[in-house]
Design a protein around this ligand. Structure first.
Ligand SMILES: [Zn+2]
Length: 470
C-alpha cells in the first residue's frame, strides 16, 4: 500500500483543478522545458524554475518518488547566432552558459534534477521520432528540411484553446525562418546550412528543430505517456502544442496527463523578457551581493499562476521575512535542545491544525502564498507562547520537526540546504570510514558524535553505512 497525500493541480489542457493521479501509483514523472544556453538566465526564467523546484519538493514531501527531466537546449538558432557574434563555436557558448545556469541554480538552492539531458546527446532519439512521423504521413519535405503537417493532426489547439483559423496562411507563428506549406506548420528537421552544425540522417543532413527535442527526450526518459509537463506560460503555444502534435501522432497515446504553466515575472507592467530589454539576471543580483534566499523567497511567495512584479523593495521585504523565519527556527531549535521540564499538555495547542493547514495549502495547486501565511501565523502564535514560557522541549521538538518539513520545500530557514546537508553528511561518513580503517577510533567517534548532534543516526548495514534523521 502506498501512502501519499492528495494533491490537486490546475491543468492548462482541461482548464480545471484536477486531483493528481499518476500513471504509476506513488511515482511522479515530470518533464520541464529547460534553458536554451546562449545567455545568462534572467530571474523571470527563474520564477519558472523555482516553481518547478517547489513542485518536485512538494511531491516528495507528499510521499511520491520523483523521476524528473529538465533538458538543456544546446543547439538552436540563438546559440548559433551568438557563436557567430562572439567568433567562437556553438559548443563553447553552450558549455559556458550551461555551467552559468547550474551556478545560478545553486544560488537559488534549486534541488538537483534526476536527468539533465543535452539535446545534442539525443540526436538519435530525435531522428527516430522523425522517421516514425514520416512513415505515418505527418510530414513533408521542402528544400532539405522536414516539416510537420498540422492539418493532419486532428487535436491541434486543444492545449492552448486558440482558434487556429485566425492564423492566416503566410503569417509567421514560429520563429523558424523556413519555407512552409501552411503558416501553422513547423520544422522538425532543419536541412544543413553552411557554417552550421549538422548531423547525418536518413532524410538528409541537418539539425533538429526545437520542438522535436522535448518530445524525443521525454520519450527516451519517461516513455510515451508521463504525468506532469511544466513550462512558462509563453510555451503553451506553439511549443507545447507542437510537442503534443509530434508525440501523440508518433506514439498513438496521450502525451501528458497534467500541464502546469507558470506565469511571467513582470517589470512594472511589462513581462520581463530579453526582447523587451528589461531583464535582470540572477547573476547580476548575486554579483550585487543580494542574498539568494531572499530572491528564492520572493519568487515563491506568490502563487505560481498569479502575476508577480519585480522590485528591489520586494526583494528587501523578502529578506526581512527570511530573517524572521530563520530567527524563529533557531529559537525553536534551541528550545528543543534544552532540558526544560515537561509542561502540562495544552489541549488547545494549535500545531496539529497548523500542520494540516500547511499541507492543505500546498495540496491546493501549490499555494505557497497561503502556506507562508500559515507559517507566519505559527511564528506569531509560538513566539507569544515562548515569551510566556509555555513551550517545553518536547513540544519544541515537535515544532522543529514540522519546521523541517516546511523547510524541505521552502529551503530558506536552515543554514544548509537539503542538498548541501546530505553532501556534508556523506562527506563526514566517508571521513569516519577512513578514520576507522586507519584505526583512529577517537576521530571516528568524534565524527559520529558530531553527526548525532545534527540529529543524524548512522546504521551499519550489509550495503554499507546508511544514515537517517531523527
Ligand atoms: Zn520543451
Amino acid at each position: 500500500m502506498i501512502h501519499v497525500k492528495p494533491i490537486k493541480f490546475y491543468d492548462t489542457k482541461s482548464g480545471s483543478l484536477r486531483l493528481f493521479e499518476p500513471v504509476t501509483p506513488g511515482v511522479a514523472t515530470i518533464y520541464s522545458c529547460g534553458p536554451t544556453v546562449y545567455n545568462y538566465a534572467h530571474i523571470g526564467n527563474f520564477r519558472n524554475f523555482v516553481f518547478v523546484d517547489v513542485l518536485r519538493r512538494t511531491l516528495r514531501l507528499f510521499g511520491y518518488n520523483i523521476k524528473h527531466v529538465r533538458n538543456i537546449t544546446d543547439i538552436d538558432d540563438k546559440i548559433i547566432r551568438k557563436a557567430v557574434e562572439e567568433n567562437t563555436t556553438v559548443q563553447a557558448i553552450a558549455a559556458q552558459f550551461e555551467s552559468a545556469f547550474f551556478q545560478d541554480c545553486d544560488y537559488l538552492r534549486l534541488q538537483k534534477v534526476e536527468y539533465n539531458p543535452r539535446a545534442t546527446e539525443h540526436i538519435v532519439d530525435m531522428i527516430d521520432l522523425v522517421k516514425v512521423l514520416i512513415e505515418k504521413g505527418y510530414t513533408y519535405e521542402r528544400d532539405g528540411s522536414v516539416y510537420y503537417k498540422i492539418g493532419r493532426f486532428e487535436n491541434y489547439g486543444k492545449l492552448s484553446h486558440i482558434d487556429l483559423s485566425s492564423v492566416r496562411s503566410g503569417a509567421r507563428v514560429d520563429s523558424d525562418e523556413y519555407l512552409k506549406e501552411d503558416a501553422r506548420d513547423f520544422v522538425l528537421w532543419k536541412g544543413r546550412r553552411e557554417h552550421e552544425p549538422y548531423w547525418p540522417a536518413p532524410f538528409g543532413e541537418g539539425r533538429p528543430g526545437w520542438h522535436l527535442e522535448c518530445s524525443a527526450m521525454s520519450r527516451h526518459y519517461l516513455g510515451p505517456t508521463f504525468d506532469i509537463h511544466t513550462g512558462a506560460e509563453d510555451l503553451i503555444f506553439p511549443h507545447h502544442e507542437n510537442e503534443i502534435a509530434q508525440s501523440e501522432a508518433a506514439n498513438g497515446v496521450e502525451y501528458v496527463r497534467y500541464w502546469l504553466h507558470c506565469a511571467f515575472l513582470n517589470m512594472k507592467d511589462q513581462k520581463m523578457s530579453k526582447s523587451l530589454g528589461n531583464i535582470i539576471t540572477a547573476r547580476k543580483l548575486r554579483e550585487d551581493g543580494i542574498d539568494g534566499l531572499a530572491v528564492r523567497y520572493f519568487l515563491l511567495s506568490v502563487h505560481y499562476r498569479k502575476p508577480l512584479a519585480f522590485s528591489m523593495e520586494a526583494i528587501e521585504s523578502a529578506r526581512t521575512a527570511v530573517n524572521r523565519l530563520q530567527t524563529f527556527y533557531s529559537r525553536i531549535a534551541s528550545a528543543a535542545a534544552s532540558q526544560s521540564k515537561r509542561q502540562e499538555q495544552d489541549s488547545a495547542d494549535p500545531l496539529t491544525r497548523i500542520r494540516s493547514d500547511w499541507y492543505d495549502a500546498l495540496g491546493d495547486d501549490l499555494n505557497t502564498a497561503k502556506a507562508l501565511g500559515v507559517l507566519f501565523e505559527m511564528l506569531r502564535e509560538y513566539n507569544t507562547r515562548m515569551d510566556m514560557d509555555r513551550v517545553d522541549s518536547v513540544l519544541a521538538g515537535e515544532l522543529l520537526s514540522f519546521l523541517d518539513e516546511a523547510d524541505s520545500i521552502l529551503d530558506v530557514m536552515r543554514p544548509d540546504s537539503e542538498d548541501e546537508l546530505s553532501s556534508k553528511i556523506d562527506d563526514m561518513i566517508v571521513k569516519r570510514q577512513a578514520a576507522r580503517l586507519a584505526r583512529d577510533f577517537r576521530e571516528a567517534d568524534r565524527i559520529r558524535d558530531e553527526l548525532s548532534q545534527m540529529g543524524i543516526v548512522l546504521e551499519d548495514t550489509r550495503e554499507g553505512v546508511r544514515w537517517r534523521k531523527i
